[in-house]
Design a protein around this ligand. Sequence first.
Ligand SMILES: *Cc1c(COP(=O)(O)O)cnc(C)c1O
Length: 389
Amino acid sequence: MRDLAAQLEARRKQGLYRARRILEGRQKPQQTVDGREVVAFCSNDYLGLAAHPKVVAAFRKAAGVYGVGAGAAHLVNGHTRAHHALEEELAAFTNRERALLFSTGYMANLGVAQALAGRGDHVLEDRLNHASLIDAGLVCGARFQRYRHATGVDLAQRLASLDATGERLVLTDGVFSMDGDLAPLPELARIAEAHGAWLMVDDAHGLGVLGATGAGSLEHFGLDARRVPILMGTLGKAFGTAGAFVAGSEALIETLIQSARTYVYTTAMPGALAEATRASLRIVQDDTKRRETLFALVKRFREGAARIGLRLMDSITPIQPILVGDSARAMALSDQLLEQGLLVPAIRPPTVPEGTARLRVTLSAAHTRGQVDRLLEALETAHEAVAPD
Ligand SMILES: *Cc1c(COP(=O)(O)O)cnc(C)c1O
């Protein structure tokens, strides 16, 4: 038997120990964690909908109608009118024939890969994909490869060298969760099409944020369902609720309903949650001001950070990491910011590649300009420590 305590202690010494903080109350920029008042720059609540009064009211009202638990899987009798309406609205929102709800994004990714690929098939993934996509590729039993980050030529060469048999499934984040950059989707779509491969985009961080109507990375690039047949979106980020969906053709969705194990063998998300998500979808679509506010803050942060000389990454999104390099130093910096009442987590290996530890700043439409300025001032004070080796 492994000596778990000794292994944990070794992890602690390496500066890789992860610990949770306790949040009091709702998700919003000004919050109390571990008894301390902070301004948080780390949530994925990009539009400030997690505690929006209309979303909360919809949830509360729907709980009166649907109760709390769904009580069964979708295929048994847990699929309520609210789930069904949300699926239809998400299909219309993403301009696809159908959409299918999953309980989490992690499960959606596992379910799609397992339903479409297995032994004798091929899964190709961007090296920096989210862990849930990587796990989906590994667990489904297909032959698995990773191509160089956001590099179409590497993907094309790998596809060209595969034997002729088997399905080919290309999986990519739309917006990379730890870097904030976009996948070169038009190029990936062209390559996938040329090689008869499925292309699936996980748009957890693009949905609600990018595109004129908030429909995400695909809208940003003007790509339709023909170019990108499989779209996965999560509801726990810009939508401010929880859960996920896959959108695509009628045949794709029916295939998932029949055979995606993470769909079939799990309890449906609460109907009231689906109803709350319908309210947040309306805000995502109608309240374009939130996206304008968000991108004005992104611009303010990037300009301020450039003035200070911080090392930012190539990101137009609300994910604005500051590259530090060394894990211990990233931790020290994060601690220093926390002393000043600013919650900015250090992201370390194995979540990101060795030597690329960073402070992962995320911005939300719920932040004020004053809060962003306060972060910039604190970063300026800590600049010496932040400067790259
Ligand atoms: C958060 C995230 C997921 C997982 O979604 P959950 O609903 O939180 O399970 C999947 N993919 C990406 C890119 C994510 O950022």
